[in-house]
Write a protein that binds this ligand. Structure first.
Ligand code: ADP
Ligand code: MG
Length: 240
């Protein structure tokens, strides 16, 4: 579904991504771990060109999306993204937050969009919150709404950038449960997280990034069970 070839990103003189190669198959859950500042967010943001790659290629569903003339907005509709901070529209209800993009971008009519939104609210366990405003929700609930909003566009892949890092500990589980449900339902996902238990349980593959390079890559058993690289071992010994 996604092929990344020799992806580089520089910010001025700073060489942040130094040649990332990756293939993601449909239905796969790829979890990216690594120390802060290693380039995980930059990598994720390059996948939908929220950051413009400096060089390299990204092929998404057979299309070279790093081509300058490529219509990236069309592609972004197929790539849902969930951030650490939820970015819900504060003056809109939960339902309207979810409805907006499908109606504006996908030209769905209100009845259709509403039915879909309610179904998604059920899926994330918040069907009773459709009329609430974001300020009336807990962090975990907001993040579940952010996930429902991304899903409303019927993306082909979901990108998560530390979706639970801003949450109080007691709310982490409910968000991870929703993500796990998505994974079990066959969604293709790329997830940056520090939740190692989740990575191990839900990830099909783990990438360990350090200083802009993928230095270890394998199944959870390989990466967590018998990491080959000293830097992976050091990182895991600190976080596990
Ligand atoms: P991670 O998500 O792994 O913590 P990031 O991808 O956010 O890492 O950042 C990697 C490095 O790139 C950091 O040193 C960060 O300061 C730098 N960086 C990220 N975005 C920018 C930017 N827009 N301009 C300059 N440097 C940036
Ligand atoms: Mg980050």
């Amino acid at each position: 579904m996604i092929t990344v070839k020799d992806l580089h990103k520089k910010f001025g003189q700073l060489h942040i991504l130094k040649g990332i190669d990756l293939e993601i198959k449909r239905g796969e859950v790829v979890v990216v771990i690594g120390p802060s500042g290693s380039g995980k967010s930059t990598f994720l943001r390059c996948l939908n060109r929220l950051e413009e790659p400096t060089s390299g290629e990204i092929i998404f569903e057979g299309e070279l999306i790093t081509e300058k003339r490529h219509n990236i907005n069309k592609t972004r509709e197929k790539m849902g993204m969930v951030f650490q901070h939820f970015n819900l529209f504060p003056h809109k209800t939960v339902l309207d937050n979810i409805l907006m993009a499908p109606m504006k971008v996908k030209k769905q009519n209100k009845t259709e969009a509403q039915a879909k939104a309610l179904e998604l609210l059920r899926k994330v366990g918040l069907e009773d919150k459709s009329a609430a405003y974001p300020s009336q929700l807990s962090g975990g609930q907001k993040q579940r709404i952010a996930i429902a909003r991304a899903l409303a566009m019927e993306p082909h892949v979901m990108l998560f950038d530390e979706p639970t890092s801003a949450l109080d500990p007691e709310m982490v589980g409910e968000v991870l449960e929703v993500m796990k449900g998505l994974a079990l339902g066959g969604m293709t996902m790329v997830i940056v997280t520090h939740e190692m238990g989740f990575a191990r349980e839900v990830g099909d593959r783990i990438l360990f990034m350090d200083q802009g390079v993928v230095i270890e890559h394998g199944t959870p058993q390989q990466v967590f069970g018998s990491p080959r690289n000293q830097r992976t071992q050091d990182f895991l010994s600190k976080v596990l």
